[in-house]
Design a protein around this ligand. Structure first.
Ligand code: ZN
Length: 161
């Protein structure tokens, strides 16, 4: 299909991720972490730079922090008792604003090994929101403890995505 259709947010003035910079379960001065609702796998989190960058134009300082943050988030997701693996994906075909996916693979669910998990996510019934929200809070609190940052966009009461 040529030419390819534009991705969402190719124009930063019309970008949902830029508009949503106050939404999330964890923040620091450069990044935010959100929980994706209405999914079939136990927990899906997404890491976004606050400012409008794609992967290929990410400044080196942010690229370095992305590596460290991804490691910490994967560690905390895998520490959840019923989760074996945090899958980490950057696809980038749908949205121009960088977004890194963290999919939690449930322990013992061998049919979800590898790249099949994204397909299964569309087929499974919706995972209970209260359980996912509690697990997301555990990950966000652990990230504050291990890396810093905070649970709300500004100082004040914690928010939930
Ligand atoms: Zn943006």
């Amino acid at each position: 299909m040529l030419p390819e259709p534009p991705r969402h947010g190719e124009d930063p003035s019309d970008c949902d991720s830029c508009r949503g910079r106050d939404e999330g379960i964890w923040f620091n001065e450069r990044w935010r972490l959100t929980r994706i609702a209405k999914v079939g796998v136990p927990l899906v989190l997404m890491l976004h730079p606050l400012d409008h960058h794609d992967l290929a134009d990410l400044p080196d300082e942010l690229a370095a922090e992305l590596g460290v943050l991804s490691t910490h988030i994967a560690r905390h997701v895998q520490a959840l008792p019923h989760i074996s693996r945090a899958h980490v994906y950057r696809i980038g075909d749908g949205g121009a604003h960088l977004h890194i996916w963290f999919f939690a693979r449930p322990e013992g669910q061998a049919q979800m090994y590898g790249s099949w998990m994204v397909v299964w996510d569309d087929l499974l019934p919706e995972y209970p929101e209260d359980v996912a929200e509690a697990d997301a809070a555990i990950v966000a609190d652990a990230l504050v403890a291990s890396y810093g940052g905070r649970r709300s966009a500004a100082d004040g009461e914690p928010q939930h995505a």
